[in-house]
Write a protein that binds this ligand. Structure first.
Ligand SMILES: Cc1cc2nc3c(=O)[nH]c(=O)nc-3n(C[C@H](O)[C@H](O)[C@H](O)COP(=O)(O)OP(=O)(O)OC[C@H]3O[C@@H](n4cnc5c(N)ncnc54)[C@H](O)[C@@H]3O)c2cc1C
Length: 372
């Protein structure tokens, strides 16, 4: 039987799901809110782990393409204290492929090739149990019915309310993001400070992290423990006011480190929200969730990896049970919940240590998880 399957969201979770299902000869509609692939900047770089994101890409038949595009040298990590002293300077060996980096845009293009992505389809509501299946309502007033609707629409999922009343909660840690272009030619001192991968500087309840993307582009994140409205007195659209506000918050840090904040022309506020680590729901016929929509956790390098593996595994489960779609979804959900709960504990504890009253905690975490 041919089921009508839709996935809401063309991020890492939704595209991996669609790609693996497509590989098994099963049609799936990808419903994406963005009007086109290039309608907004795709975001920063992602490290894809061998046993998670890379495993998903293998299931999608894209591992070789990923290896050709990804940046193993981007795994390099340097850690400084607020005085600018280098505390750790880790570089990957020549064959180190555990967590290579790839730009989000490159990953998206890799995954979406040959898929039927319907751009400009913003879903507003999903209504299960309508007799003819699950009703999907769109912002433009259209509606369509499917046998299975997979919510891969990220942190603020519009599919999630169909299965769960839970919403993301603020962690108490926020971030302000800016970026640098052509860093090697325009900011050679910063390029040296950042190295081939990332530099992280830890202070009391604060950090500055700069990470290379491809083509000399760098994302800079200022993280701090603060109330959600800490910027009430600042207009974040005013780059100079935001820069001054941030520099005041990092007062006393070494000048070469603060220079990371000195050149960005736009700043975006990115508070860290999470879903409870124990988030599950009573199974609902015809609707499920993947990735951040199901298990939003602190951004410590796991979210996209889990999202992709969720997508690949749900697709494989559906392909393996062509006559029992619901059983495939139920079994998948149990597996996803167990894995996500473990990673949620790890990343939540990690965030506590990375933005901590004691900066030595961040260094201890690095020494614990990083191969020497
Ligand atoms: C600064 C930062 C750095 C990170 N670094 C890493 C890293 O190195 N490694 C890692 O594994 N993870 C990382 N993460 C986490 C990772 O970005 C997320 O976990 C991952 O993107 C989740 O993928 P997803 O497909 O579930 O959701 P998303 O990536 O959020 O994709 C959701 C998609 O759904 C679409 N959408 C949303 N609402 C609707 C709607 N109503 N209708 C239709 N479409 C809709 C969106 O446009 C989007 O395309 C990082 C996160 C941050 C913030």
């Amino acid at each position: 039987m041919r089921h009508r399957i839709a996935v809401v969201g063309g991020g890492p979770a939704g595209l991996t799901f669609a790609r693996v299902l497509h590989r098994h000869g099963r049609p799936v509609a990808v419903l994406e809110r963005d009007p086109s692939p290039d309608s907004r900047p795709p975001g920063g770089t992602l490290d894809l782990h061998e046993g998670l994101g890379q495993r998903a890409l293998d299931k999608a038949g894209l591992l070789a393409e990923f290896q050709a595009l990804s940046r193993p040298e981007g795994q390099a990590m340097r850690i400084l204290d607020a005085a600018g002293t280098v505390l750790r300077d880790w570089k990957p060996g020549p064959d180190e492929r555990a967590n290579p980096e790839i730009d989000r845009g490159q990953l998206r293009d890799l995954l979406r090739d040959s898929l039927d992505v319907r751009w400009g389809r913003e879903v507003t509501r999903v209504v299960p149990g309508t007799g003819d299946g699950v009703l999907v309502q769109f912002a433009d007033g259209r509606q369509e019915t499917f046998d299975l609707v997979v919510g891969a629409d990220g942190a603020w999922s519009r599919v999630r309310p169909a299965v769960s009343p839970v919403t993301p909660q603020y962690t108490g840690v926020t971030a302000v993001e800016t970026s640098l272009d052509d860093v090697d030619t325009r900011h050679p001192d910063l390029a040296r400070l950042i190295g081939d991968g990332s530099v992280s500087v830890y202070g009391v309840n604060r950090s500055l992290v700069a990470q290379r993307n491809s083509g000399g582009h760098v994302k800079v994140y200022a993280r701090l423990r603060a109330p959600l409205d800490w910027h009430a007195h600042l207009d974040l659209a005013d780059a100079e006011a935001t820069r001054s506000g941030l520099l005041a918050l990092f007062d006393g840090w070494a000048a070469p480190v603060l220079d990371l904040l000195g050149h960005g022309t736009a700043f975006a506020h990115r508070p860290v929200y999470v879903l409870p680590g124990s988030h599950t729901w009573t199974h609902v016929l015809g609707v499920t969730l993947l990735g951040d929509a199901a298990h939003l956790m602190p951004p410590l390098g796991a979210g996209a990896n889990l999202a992709m593996l969720d997508g690949a595994e749900l697709a494989e489960a559906i392909a393996a049970h062509p006559d029992d779609l619901d059983e495939a979804v139920r079994a998948f959900e149990e597996q996803m919940w167990a894995r996500a709960a473990g990673w949620s504990r790890i990343t939540t504890a990690g965030l506590e240590r990375l933005v901590s009253p004691d900066p030595a905690e961040a260094l201890a975490l690095f020494d614990q998880v990083q191969p020497s």
